[in-house]
Design a protein around this ligand. Structure first.
Ligand code: 5GP
Ligand code: MN
Length: 332
């Protein structure tokens, strides 16, 4: 919990910070925000990530100093692991021998850390980093503000997903006061793609279909599409949300071929429809309205199974709305 994190920062000197491979804005922004906080407290800190940092986040202060490592190659007093469901997600060897601090806002986290601070009410880990700055009596510097704002804006879909709370906007307001520039950060994220994104989008959208209920949309991305578009990682960011623009679509399934009969699946839903539970049924996880999983097998068969399961989640939510069954609000 937060008080343990404050205490260990006060008692230790040298920190590593990492996040998952192919990090998103929350992973990069929160890691860098924490790094700037630790340095402002007179500590030694660095961010290490396996693989490349997506272009959208490379303009953040400190991003060019992030080291690409395959294993822990430095002695740290503790390593912060940001936004990871388990200790394998960073793809860095040797983490199991470290004093690790798991900071996450996913309720499905495995509590793998030596210390675990999980706050599923936070819109992004970035919101938790802001809380940490306050709890430790630090100052929100311009660098911290820019990095943490990036975390908030990406994880909330520019403050329109259901994880956006009064607190999120209050924190965002403080970050702007401290020097974050919303237009510049949004421009770096949303209007900064290569043309290959548009080529890939054209192909993926051409596969979109609805199930018999007309409420679940599903679409596919093949390896060939990626190749033909000349796509790079991140070009497909947000594709899964596109069908939700239709009023009657309540949930989406987006399957991408990543290997021989292996697919990454993203699920999204509106309102009370819980796709995290669907993802968990297939060995994945996530949040109520945004979840994911990896699956192997015949494409048509697996697609049907997942779409049917999502359809059931839609029906369960509709039954509650209709008052057919009663479920206490905290279960939803
Ligand atoms: P995305 O669809 O963007 O890959 O993932 C949406 C959400 O689901 C994210 O919050 C992510 O953490 C979670 N998620 C995606 N894939 C997996 C998975 O394989 N396992 C778990 N536990 N969570 C996942
Ligand atoms: Mn996040």
């Amino acid at each position: 919990m937060l008080s343990q994190v404050v205490e260990l920062i006060e008692n230790k000197q040298k920190f590593g910070i990492t996040t998952h491979i192919k990090p998103d804005g929350d992973g990069v922004g929160s890691s860098l925000g924490l790094c700037w906080l630790l340095r402002s407290l007179g500590k030694q800190a660095e961010v290490v990530v396996r693989g490349d940092i997506p272009p959208a986040y490379r303009s953040l202060p400190g991003a060019s100093d992030i080291r690409d490592v395959e294993k822990i190659d430095t002695e740290y007093d503790a390593v912060f692991v940001i936004e990871c469901s388990d200790l394998e997600r960073p793809g860095i060897a040797g983490l199991d021998r470290e004093f690790t601090v798991n900071i996450d806002h996913h309720a499905t986290s495995e509590h793998f850390g030596t210390v675990n601070w999980i706050d599923s009410t936070a819109s992004a880990v970035g919101e938790m980093i802001y809380n940490l700055v306050k709890a430790i009596g630090g100052r929100v510097t311009k660098e911290i503000a820019e990095c943490v704002y990036m975390a908030l804006v990406t994880d909330t879909g520019s403050f329109h997903f259901s994880n956006t709370t009064e607190r999120t906007l209050k924190v965002a307001s403080e970050l702007i006061k401290a020097g974050a520039k919303p237009a510049e950060i949004s421009e770096a994220v949303y209007n900064n793609y290569p043309w290959s994104r548009i080529e890939l989008m054209r192909q993926v959208i051409s596969t979109v279909r609805r199930d018999a209920s007309g409420k679940v949309a599903f679409m596919r991305q093949t390896l060939k599409m990626r190749e033909e578009a000349g796509a790079i990682d991140g070009d497909n960011n947000g594709f899964v949300n596109i069908p939700l623009a239709a009023r009657d679509i309540l949930a989406t399934v987006y399957m991408r071929e990543v290997g021989d009969n292996v697919y990454r699946v993203s699920l999204r839903s509106k309102g009370d429809i819980n796709v995290a539970r669907v993802a968990e049924q297939f060995g994945g996880g996530g949040h109520r309205n945004a979840a994911g999983l990896t699956i192997e097998g015949d494409w048509d068969e697996k697609e049907q199974e997942i779409v049917a399961s999502v359809r059931q989640a839609v029906e369960e939510a509709e039954a509650v709305w209709a008052g057919d069954i009663t479920v206490s609000p905290d279960v939803l």
